[in-house]
Write a protein that binds this ligand. Structure first.
Ligand code: CA
Ligand code: CA
Ligand code: CA
Ligand code: CA
Length: 357
């Protein structure tokens, strides 16, 4: 690089940092981490992905479900205390929550996760009992297999605004995606029916679906974030709405989640593992870039956010993530108050229940 070229770049960079139009420095939100959970049981890179489950009657009794990909699912309370470890031999990777699933015999809340243990590869489903805040597998091991009995990687759930049907998306390290419709043919049973298969060119994992706008977002780890229709008849063509290299988005692109406000308001939030931070995009329209959330973590991974109140400390929304290489101690999950992330820059909108429409 010639000196002249270098100084031109430096000037451009300086302009970018100080320009309110270009954004950058002032678009970095740096809230504090309020709670770090107790650690997961296994050492090394074991914690992966969280899901917040909001208690139907007493939001302060809500749970954070975290995966230990070398073990099982760990349920933490809102103080970060481990209160249950379930299915310690399934090796779940990504976890998500379904509210009000029409189980034969009555509506139930479910947790679902892709599992990767030898001989137990598939999707496991747990019933969440609100009375005692405990998870129980609806059937031993994975409830159903995917990709012809091979290993899933990322998973997420979707409830269609068209017909209220429930779906699970799974993807694998080849970038393939399968979508399954869930129903309950008999008491206590969940049946999964493959309704669509599509994919992208390389390894995927993080995904999330928008239950209002009918969109399915998928992280292609070294490429960016794709948006597809979440409907089973939505075809196989996606749009790359965020590219690695833009706005500091740095491979691997990992977990995705949605902050759900009224109508189409809210955000799509992505883990940018290579830069150790999170990228916030508008949920509506063409998913314009909004801001970066920097918690000072290394190696960020799965994340989840709920806009609704939970405990007093998280009365205006809860953001949960896995991140941070740990030496000596095992990994854990971090809780951040959404209003401390948002400040006066992002929307704070708890108008939408996690249950129902
Ligand atoms: Ca991950
Ligand atoms: Ca991890
Ligand atoms: Ca999750
Ligand atoms: Ca990954």
């Amino acid at each position: 690089m010639t000196p002249m070229r270098k100084s031109a770049l430096t000037l451009a960079a300086a302009f970018a940092v100080f320009s309110p139009i270009q954004g950058f420095a002032e678009d970095v939100l740096a809230p504090r981490i309020v709670i770090e959970t107790e650690t997961v049981p296994h050492a090394g890179d074991a914690a992966d992905d969280p899901a917040v489950w909001v208690h139907p009657d007493d939001p302060a009794q809500s749970l954070v479900l975290g995966t230990d990909k070398k073990g099982g699912v760990i349920a933490f309370d809102l103080a970060g205390k481990r209160i249950q470890e379930v299915s310690p031999d399934l090796r779940p990777n990504n976890i998500d929550v379904i509210y009000g699933f029409p189980m034969h015999g009555g509506a139930v809340d479910l947790a679902v996760a892709g599992t990767r243990a030898e001989g137990k590869q598939g999707v496991a489903i747990w019933r969440i009992d609100a009375a005692n805040r405990r998870l129980a597998e609806i059937a031993p091991g994975p409830a159903f297999t995917v990709f012809g009995g091979t290993e899933p990687y990322g998973t997420c759930v979707y409830r269609s605004p068209k017909d209220q049907a429930f779906y699970i998306f799974v993807n694998n390290k080849k970038g393939k995606v399968e979508q399954y419709r869930l129903d309950s043919p008999s008491e206590g049973a969940v049946r999964a029916t493959l309704v669509r298969a599509f994919g992208v060119g390389s390894q995927t994992e993080g995904c999330v679906a928008d239950d209002d706008l009918g969109a399915f977002y998928l992280s292609e780890e070294s490429v960016g974030i794709w948006k597809f229709s979440a409907e089973p008849d939505g075809g196989t063509e996606g749009v790359l709405i965020a590219k690695v290299g833009e706005h500091g988005l740095t491979a691997d692109v990992e977990g995705l989640t949605i902050y759900r406000g009224a109508r189409d308001a809210g955000y799509l939030i992505a883990s940018s593992q290579g830069s150790g931070d999170f990228k916030v995009f508008e949920r509506a329209g063409a998913n314009r870039f909004v801001a970066t959330i920097d918690l000072g973590l290394a190696d960020v991974d799965g994340l989840d956010v709920v806009a609704v109140p939970t405990s007093a400390r998280f009365s205006r929304g809860l953001f949960v993530c896995q991140g941070g290489k740990t030496t000596g101690a095992n990994q854990n999950f971090k809780y951040v108050a959404w209003d401390e992330i948002a400040g006066d820059r992002l929307l704070i909108d708890a108008s939408r229940s996690v249950r129902g429409r």
